[in-house]
Design a binder for this molecule. Structure first.
Ligand code: ASP
Ligand code: MG
Length: 408
């Protein structure tokens, strides 16, 4: 007998019929002798609908009240699922975040979980009751309702699993696992049977939307085995876990890409201490996140500086850079918001040389110009023109043989 936490996302509970299908799946797991905790999201579209209502009054609604509003979406789903379970003869009880004491900090709309009181849940599980918990919500030390940020139900599920020392946390969603890359770009993309926490974290921060980043961090920290599976099809999904010592590690696990990139360059700034700070300080102060940064080797006492930001921040960053350029007497400022970032991710990189050159060769063969490069221990990213995104991802997918199924 195992203790399993199952999480069902918005599409999986998008209608009463689907909620009834979820009830059947939960009952199947319980009939196999497992103790089951279910975490659910709001029905698909509901959180957006609520957000739009608030924004129709004020573009920046009061954050405490917004949490009161948004948390109602999940409350509907827990009740409907419990009604469906009980109707089928399966004992079930629903709980809001507050009722199971999911204690968070007070950062409304993006709160972090601090503690969970598992006593109530454990008592129900002992009695054979299925516990249905509202995702995405908690309360702070003053009893205010908080929410965990978009996609936060994943984090609720992982946190419940960590607190209860569950054998597995299963995230049921509308895809049947984590893929080598987006199958809409590369039809040959393959489902991975497993991936490490570290790799999944990179994939999530590089734009893969399968899981909320925080949930992966949490799972890694507390070593919660996490499995992504489809609500609609049978299958083993993808297991996210620690790197196993003797396991033959795939060189590259996946290719992530991000279309929302823009780059800015300031040319001919003095090559002296404090320049990076004078350029990037004002950008940071404006709350603009900077991703890649490159500074050229200085020639004749001046240097050039390039960095990337989210495309939404491009105009704002360009204005800031133009005024910095005037202050510093820079030669020129230019920018490009038609660029994308493509990244190779794999823990196998640590122990293998030559991955970067294989990557660059594959892109060169397609005549794709690389505009920026950055590397870390388990990732290599390049910035290329937007028009090369599909071609670049496909070329790399085949250069590294990702369609071949070694990881199945
Ligand atoms: N309902 C919330 C959202 O749409 C939380 C979640 O689905 O995980 O972001
Ligand atoms: Mg979600």
């Amino acid at each position: 007998m195992a203790l399993i936490v199952q999480k069902y996302g918005g599409t999986s509970v998008g209608s009463v019929e689907r909620i009834e299908q979820v009830a059947e799946k939960v009952i199947t797991a319980r009939n196999q002798g497992h103790k089951v905790v279910v975490v659910v999201s709001a029905m698909s579209g509901e959180t957006n609908r609520l957000l739009d209502l608030a924004k129709s009054i004020n573009e920046h609604p009061n954050s405490r009240e917004l949490d009161v509003l948004l948390s109602t979406g999940e409350q509907v789903t827990i009740a409907l699922l419990s009604i469906a379970l009980i109707h089928r003869g399966c004992p079930a009880r629903s709980y809001t975040g507050h009722q199971v004491h999911i204690l968070t900090d007070s950062a409304h709309n993006k709160a972090r979980i601090l503690d969970i009181d598992k006593a109530r849940v454990e008592k129900d599980l002992e009695n054979g009751t299925v516990v249905v918990v509202a995702g995405f919500q908690g309360h702070d030390e003053h009893g205010n309702i908080t929410t965990l940020g978009r996609g936060g139900s994943d984090t609720t599920a992982v946190a419940m699993a960590a607190a209860l020392k569950a054998d597995e946390c299963q995230i049921y969603t509308d895809v049947d696992g984590v893929y080598t890359t987006d199958p809409r770009v590369v039809p040959e993309a393959r489902r991975l049977s497993r991936i490490t926490f570290e790799e999944m974290l990179e994939m999530a921060s590089l734009g893969s939307k399968v899981l909320q980043i925080r949930s992966v961090e949490f799972a890694g920290k507390y070593n919660v085995p996490l499995r992504v599976l489809s609500s609609f099809e049978e299958g083993p999904g993808t297991l996210i876990t620690y790197e196993e010592e003797n396991m033959e590690q795939a060189l590259i696990s996946g290719i992530a890409f991000n279309r929302d990139e823009a780059k800015l360059t300031i040319l001919g700034v003095p090559d002296e201490p404090g320049i990076a700070y004078r350029i990037l300080g004002p950008v940071g102060k404006a709350n603009i996140e900077v991703d890649m940064i490159i500074q050229n080797v200085g020639a004749d006492a001046t240097t050039d500086f390039t960095f990337t930001v989210h495309r939404n921040d491009y105009k704002k960053a360009l204005d800031i850079l133009n005024s910095v350029a005037r202050e510093l007497g820079a030669r020129e400022v230019n920018g490009d918001n038609k660029i994308v970032k493509i990244s190779l991710v794999g823990v196998g990189m640590r122990s293998h040389a030559g991955i970067a050159s294989t990557m660059f060769e594959a892109l060169a063969k397609e005549g794709i110009n690389i505009r920026m490069i950055s590397t870390s221990e388990i990732k290599i990213s390049v910035v290329v023109d937007e028009k090369y995104l599909e071609l670049g991802v496909r070329a790399l997918h085949s250069a590294f043989g990702l369609e071949e199924g070694s990881n199945q």
